[in-house]
Ligand binder design. Sequence first.
Ligand SMILES: *Cc1c(COP(=O)(O)O)cnc(C)c1O
Length: 394
Amino acid sequence: MPVVQKNLKPPQLKSESNGVHSTAVTVENLVRAAIKKHGSPVMIIRRSVLEKQYNRFKKSLPDVTPYYAIKANPHPAVIKAFIALGAGFDVASAAEMKLVLKQGASPSKIIFANTIKTGDDIAFAQRRKVRLMTFDNEPELYKLAKHYPGAHVLVRIKVANHGSVVELSLKFGADPEHAFLLLRKAKTLGLVPMGISFHVGSQAKNVENYVQALEISSDIFNEAEENGLPLKIMDIGGGFPIQHFDNEVGINFERMASQIRRQIRTKFDKSVRFIAEPGRFLVGPAGILVTQVIGRTFRNNKNYYYINDGIYADFSGMVFDHSRYEFKTLRRGQKFLSTIAGPTCDSFDTLSVNEEIPELYVGDAVYVKNIGAYSCASAAANFNGFPPAKIILV
Ligand SMILES: *Cc1c(COP(=O)(O)O)cnc(C)c1O
């Protein structure tokens, strides 16, 4: 065990106007307590931050119901926390649907938001009365009509993903020019056309993508209305960005939300129901990953530290989510340029080659904040025999 400072009292909490910055000492105490109780690696998910993020969302976009996209972090306790807060859920498969239903989610507050679904999964949705789903192509409509006549459908349109860290428009979305025709086709096939959805890409820092996508969508709403097919639901998707680093600039959810809100109020009728599918925004800031140094050496004129979690497990977001993280330690003192690597027998499992951190010893903690989304969710179960972090909610 590392030598730790004991009895550090948390200071008075500063007013947390921007929501996510607990004081460093509070986090350090959580890190120490988690290692003491659970060992490591351990993923701490803070309920208070889940709630804070949910409330930030609701406060800034009061007319938009968030459907938490569980792929960001499908831990049952996270799902339960969002059920208690009143969220809906975005699922992409029957297995995800089963998971949220099992935690007690209402089928009427679930959207099956994968535009490509298997027939079996569609039939499952019908059995469990999950009626709302997205599509972006005609063959999907035939499938839906066959396996779930009367399903409520949103056409997902392809919109700009400029500046988003994770690009989604390369794989999904109908040409907006075809949106109305697809909705009309849905109707002739016995489905119920309800509206439009889009996704501007994940970690979407450029609010213009939302503003433009809403503009395009409102044109389709008007086109549908004029042609006797009034639409009722506008799904603005996910993508809402978070800060991964303490001093990251250029991310201001509240400012983005105010522009989205203005667009909603000016471009759409009051009767339109708005939903969104935030994933990262709701769960990312709640996660703190705690690891420990399991080995160290000095190579290439640098300190090398091997920690007990890596790219195959809870740092999988470095691959799949194009994410970078801020590594923190509990030690103070002079900092040295260091490399941090994961535990597996693969050089690819190197997490950073240029961290400025104090000298560390075997057993010392290395932790990362804002890592609750797209981390444990995509971790390989046991590559090379190293298990992913135990997840705890505090
Ligand atoms: C991944 C995904 C989301 C969540 O995206 P975030 O960027 O985490 O908010 C929402 N909707 C769909 C369809 C997705 O694929």
